[in-house]
Design a protein around this ligand. Sequence first.
Ligand code: GLA
Length: 402
Amino acid sequence: MNELNTIGEAKVNLEAKFLQKFQAPAEICARAPGRVNILGEHVDYNQGVVMPMAIDREVTILAKKVDRPVARLIALDLNEEVEFSLQGLEQKKDVTGKGLPRWALYPAGVAHVLQLKGLLVTGVEAMFQSTISIGSGLSSSAALEVGFAMVWSALGGWNEDPLTLAQDCQRAENEYVGVSCGLLDQFSSACGVKDHILFFDTRSLQWKALPFFTDMQIVIADSKVERSLTSSQYNRRRVTCEQAVELLRKFNPEIQSLRDISPVEFAAYSEYLPEEIRKRSEHVIKEIARVFSAVTALQRNDYRSFGALMYASHYSLRDYYEVSHPNLDFLVEQAHAIPGCYGARLTGAGFGGCTVNMVEKEAVDQFIEKLSNVYRVHFGIEPAIFRVKASQGAYWEKLGTD
Ligand code: GLA
């Protein structure tokens, strides 16, 4: 994945490549950011509350409309190209009859869902690149989905509000790609607000943007451990949560999801649950409570409490939800010992990928150096540790009009 100096430079390079490849200039440029989840992990499919932010790493797509009903897509980072018909998308095949490569399932799935909704999906030639490393838990695939939804909205001349667009993309991932994810990733990419973190209630679909602690910086540490078995383990966790709800209904027939059980009620019921179900529910129920506490801590400018909630979240993901990885545990423990770091935890689905850290601004350089060194020495792997800024959600712009 190439690091790009400035967004402007990247766009000029991309426009030149587009022209060379397609023999005509691109009409629009769409951008969709990745996300980091600061708190509220594995709760979005339990109607819980989450606290993510869109980050300044993104997918950039250049596109132009074509008259034929096909999508001709070029993934620059992968050096791959695919062409598929927009008729018969459910077959998941390219124009030669070969199965679509995994990356192409995201745009194809989005096109399919938009068509099912009756929205115009035009033929397209597109080229894209990304500064979100693939498979690291920063939602490179959700950004690709949201980015292509933007492309078709721009070329088709229709408009949907960002949350609805996010839901379309989630549906594409659930029904077309086959991952039963919640709405966290697509929501963050579509609804991000510059310089703010987001508080999103996945039950009511209400959300708001909150300013973060002015003295604190969010730092991501990529363990470079590729996530493995993520989707099978992920889907299994979801099923266990559903089983928990079934069992807990015996005590309270009203409940629809784990969101409906308070930590106090859970303390009363937990001894009646089988061990695996008890541990998974304990994580979800207390993690939701932690997000509410974090909102209060933020309002009181109490970064110590906020950070403690991040650590507690990690330990719960490690011990109760069992989605951590030894390299992530190491990163969190080491971060905890570095002065100026107030909170750290794994972020995203887990099983590898990244940790998210809250570090005092003036301590960030030292933090990055120390954590990189200790990780490199211990595992012989060079991690990628970097600051991120909260950025605005996906948007598109017309090209060649200035
Ligand atoms: C993945 C999913 C999200 C969410 C997180 C865990 O990123 O796509 O919907 O469930 O895992 O919080």
